[in-house]
Design a binder for this molecule. Structure first.
Ligand code: SF4
Length: 375
């Protein structure tokens, strides 16, 4: 079982309540970004491109709790920046656990081993470790040699102390499906509870603009990776979202499903775009022109997007919208093999190693220091 029953039940009953209330647009997971500072400088990420005075800022625990209470989601994802660099991350987690929120603390795990003592194992707390593939690919993706080993050490330490641990993997153009499948084996052998996947999104601020995936290539890549699935692989996300990535079904974006709150306020319209901010969640919902977003809207910024923050909530909503949806989700959960001979052939297609057209950017020793930097 990739997600504990208590969590699945909490999420299912929350979504059903929204349906009974007739809410068409409801949040499912709050993306809480308590800081933008990070101890990595990944080529595909635009967050750390902010000026120094922004990178120094942090949300206070009280500001985080207010946002969580305002939007009322059963799950809170804490990305960033690197949340373990937040000076009061332990207080934030403690307050959210007290509110019985299921937390995914998204970390590159470089600091995980040394910060574990700040946290207590709980069914509400999961460390979602950012690992983009096998050693060579991950180190390249996060622009840091040795990043994979450090992250794996962090995962092992967290598992030994009884914490819930998942991985989250962002795939860009040039990903080798065979290697990604071997990475899944490695992660399951390591003992993580489940894995999460998403294609990357083209951030305006990201330094590497060449290697984001278009929709057709996304579907092809994920079909090669996720068809003919091994029974040992566990995924900690909506199975219908995985089918969407493989091109087996289509969803419309539901950007309100994973609203983002950061030091700037509530971000319009989604985790990826920044078309303004509001002071309250209610204002975000009422003043955002939602029809201007999603692939069907014709908005060029949304044209190639298939990321989890736009479409995973769509899969969950579809599940609870009809008996057909429930049946589709049950089938996708029970029958995971997805036999596909064509997809098997795709695994033998040559892949240009990412390094052949883009040299590894090595962060200098000063900027990759692992010590915490306080606001
Ligand atoms: S399609 Fe992607 S970029 Fe556009 S609103 Fe949805 S999540 Fe945001």
């Amino acid at each position: 079982m990739p997600v504990p029953i208590s969590q699945a039940w909490t999420v299912a009953s929350y979504v059903l309540k929204q349906k009974i209330k007739g809410r068409k647009q409801y949040p499912l997971v709050l993306m809480l970004e308590p800081l933008y500072r990070c101890n990595l400088a990944c080529a595909g990420c635009g967050k750390i491109q902010y000026p120094a005075h922004v990178l120094k800022q942090e949300l206070l625990p009280e500001e985080c709790f207010k946002a969580v209470d305002e939007c009322g989601t059963p799950m809170v994802s804490i990305p960033g920046g690197e949340p373990l660099m937040h000076s009061q991350i332990d207080k934030i987690v403690e307050g959210l656990v007290a509110r019985k929120k299921y937390i995914y603390l998204c970390t590159n795990a470089l600091l995980l081993k040394e910060k574990l003592h700040l946290f207590k194992p709980s069914k509400y707390l999961t460390f979602s470790v950012h690992l983009d593939g096998q050693k060579e690919h991950h180190d390249f993706s996060v622009c840091r040699e040795g990043g994979y080993e450090l992250a794996v050490e962090g995962v092992k330490a967290a598992l030994q102390r009884g914490f819930r641990v998942t991985t989250n993997t962002t795939l860009f153009d040039g990903a080798d499906p065979k290697s990604v499948r071997a990475f899944f084996d490695e992660m399951m052998e390591l003992g993580v509870e489940g894995m999460m996947l998403s294609p990357g999104y083209s951030y305006d601020k990201a330094p590497d603009q060449k290697h984001f995936l278009g929709r057709a290539r996304t579907r092809r890549l994920f079909r090669a990776i996720l068809a003919n699935r091994k029974p040992t692989w566990q995924f900690n996300q909506s199975m219908l979202f995985l089918e969407f990535l493989m091109g087996k079904r289509d969803f419309k974006c539901t950007p309100w499903g994973m609203p983002t709150y950061s030091i700037f306020g509530w971000q319009k319209p989604c985790y990826l775009l920044q078309d303004g901010y509001t002071d309250s969640f209610a204002e975000l919902m009422s003043t955002t022109e939602w029809d201007n977003y999603g692939t069907e809207s014709g908005n060029a910024k949304c044209a190639n997007c298939m990321v989890h923050s736009g479409y995973e909530a769509s899969g969950v909503d579809y599940t609870f919208s009809s008996l057909k949806g429930l049946w589709a989700a049950a089938k996708a959960t029970l029958f995971t093999r997805n036999q596909d001979d064509e997809a098997l052939l795709m695994l033998n297609e040559p892949v240009a190693p990412v390094h052949s057209y883009n040299p590894l950017v090595q962060i200098d020793a000063k900027s990759s220091k692992l010590e915490e930097t306080r606001a």
